[in-house]
Design a protein around this ligand. Structure first.
Ligand SMILES: O=C[C@H](O)COP(=O)(O)O
Length: 304
């Protein structure tokens, strides 16, 4: 049944996707709309640190930046969430308590996911128990590539179950497809539908540890999937490109893709996020340039 419905999906017109992305890349955002677009992009950032060398101090600094991205411009909005490894969730939760900024955690033995399911569920439970409000899980790409869609589906359902929180509001589940390891756009479409059928709140392109990561082509295919999934089921699923998004130009290009593919309903941090470790300062620099006419050097901002 699951396989039949995934096999029934039409193939992706790769050349058509590429041409559409190229056409949209020539769209410029008018200066009058640019400031608003940059602020929206800031509100959509999942400010990420996923390094073996991460420390509580680094996460506290990141949380401070998430709350007030630019110390010299209090009107810059906070970001959507900080994204950290599970062991650093308690630090982020303490630093962000009482704010609107979420705490996302990459559970399920990120980034490879190569651990027994029980270990991946325990990883997720621990992150949720520590207060994570969002879980970014990886799918089993090995199972997906060998066609074992049922296994991938069942594991997403199982992770979703342990996202339940004692306060009644389940942690939002973002399902990372790691598109750079899939076999092509047809796979991206199939994996998107599989994840959405299994209950994903968001589908996310990449871990940021594999190249290519969030290419505009892949993001477009995933946007088409969430659009068609809502038309078929009535449920609106979010999209999170992540990995390699570094510049304001990249961010605004993503917003154009959203507007032109799925429309204004997705131009909201509840339905579109930008997973990035080094984007925020460029957004702040471009924003300051619009207001003051000059660039502040990178030293003006604390590290992303
Ligand atoms: O989930 C987010 C990604 O790990 C961020 O990747 P990046 O370091 O290339 O921005």
């Amino acid at each position: 049944m699951l396989r039949a419905s995934l096999d029934a999906l039409p193939g992706v017109d790769e050349a058509g996707v590429h041409a559409r992305v190229a056409a949209l890349a020539t769209r410029s955002v008018k200066t009058s709309a640019k400031a608003r677009a940059i602020d929206l992009a800031v509100r959509m950032v999942d400010l990420t640190t996923l390094e073996g060398a991460d420390t509580p101090g680094k996460v506290r600094a990141l949380a401070a930046k998430a709350l007030r991205p630019d110390a010299s411009a209090p009107d810059v909005p906070p970001v959507a969430a900080v994204c950290v490894y599970p062991d650093l969730v308690p630090v982020a939760v303490r630093a962000l308590r009482g704010s609107t900024v979420g705490v996302a955690s990459v559970a399920t033995s990120f980034p490879a996911g190569r651990a027994p399911l029980e270990a991946r569920l325990a990883d997720t439970r621990a992150a949720v128990a520590s207060g994570a409000t969002e879980i970014d899980m990886v799918i089993d790409r090995g199972a997906f590539l060998t066609g074992d869609y049922r296994k991938v589906y069942d594991e997403i359902v199982a992770v979703r179950e342990v996202c339940a929180r004692s306060d009644g509001e389940p942690a939002h589940l973002k399902v990372i497809l790691e598109t750079g390891e899939l076999a092509g756009h047809d796979d991206v479409r199939r994996a998107s539908w599989l994840a959405m059928h299994a209950g994903a709140d968001f589908i996310k392109t990449s871990t940021g540890k594999v190249s290519p990561a969030a290419t505009p082509d892949v993001t477009l295919v995933m946007l088409q999937a969430v659009r068609d999934f809502r038309a078929a089921t009535g449920r609106q699923v979010g999209v999170k490109p992540a990995g390699g998004i570094r510049t304001t130009k990249d961010a605004l290009r993503n917003l154009v893709l959203v507007e032109e593919t799925v429309g204004a309903d997705w131009l909201d941090p509840r339905f579109f996020r930008l997973g990035a470790s080094s984007l925020l300062n460029d957004l702040l620099m471009q924003r300051a340039k619009l207001t003051t006419g000059t660039y502040s050097g990178p030293d003006h901002y604390s590290a992303d």
